[in-house]
Write a protein that binds this ligand. Structure first.
Ligand SMILES: C[S@@+](CC[C@H](N)C(=O)[O-])C[C@H]1O[C@@H](n2cnc3c(N)ncnc32)[C@H](O)[C@@H]1O
Length: 193
């Protein structure tokens, strides 16, 4: 494991109720245009902070594939599924660079608060191109480098929305929307050409 990966031992921080105030899932989901029946890959899903609300939007005709490199994170989601009754979340232990999902199988690939952790973003984008259907969407959310928050990653690890957008374009995505969300984050939504 490299030094930027969020440690599973700190997973409880992703469940801090204060997070619902400064990064409300509903505000993010409203920008993703999820429709019932869609298949969503939540890459770097962590404790399922976004995976569960997204599974609510896809309904039982669709599903969320929660992918994480740390099995302890997937265990958090499995426990949440038990208590919440969600059955349309599939847990996949894999790296973002090689998700093991079939090609052209997803409507939306979503990556939240993990972009700055990837050592090889080009490989992650190539994998997103592979798993998305033509016209599918890629949504990347990460920490703003211009607003400090003690709990977030160090400022020098954060990437700007402009850098992300340019890397997405180079990988074959067409940006559709970008902007700030919550108090400390940016979001880019792009389509696969
Ligand atoms: C900071 S957490 C964010 C979790 C969740 N997206 C959220 O916003 O609550 C980052 C997660 O990405 C996972 N991760 C980091 N690098 C990864 C990679 N290359 N492949 C798959 N998962 C990765 C970590 O294990 C961790 O669970």
């Amino acid at each position: 494991m490299h030094d930027r990966r969020f440690p599973a031992a700190q997973a409880h921080k992703l469940e801090d109720p204060a997070r619902l105030e400064w990064l409300p899932p509903a505000e993010v989901l409203a920008l993703l245009n999820i429709t019932p029946g869609e298949v969503i890959a939540d890459i770097g899903a962590g404790t399922g902070y976004f995976a569960l609300p997204m599974a609510g939007r896809t309904g039982k005709r669709g599903r969320v594939i929660a992918i994480d490199a740390q099995p302890e994170m997937l265990e958090w989601i499995r426990r949440k599924m038990e208590t919440s009754g969600f059955t349309n979340i599939q847990l996949v232990h894999a790296e973002a660079e090689s998700t093991t999902l079939p090609g052209a199988s997803c409507d939306l690939a979503f990556m939240a608060n993990v972009w700055h952790e990837f050592p090889n973003r080009e490989a992650v984008l190539a994998e997103a191109v592979r798993i998305l259907k033509p016209g599918g969407r890629l949504a990347i959310l990460d920490w703003r480098p211009d607003v400090e928050r003690i709990a977030g990653p160090p400022l020098e690890h954060r990437l700007s929305v402009e850098e992300c957008t340019s890397e997405m374009e180079n990988a074959g995505f067409q940006p559709q929307a970008m902007g700030h969300v919550g108090e400390y984050s940016w979001l880019v939504v792009a389509t696969r050409k």
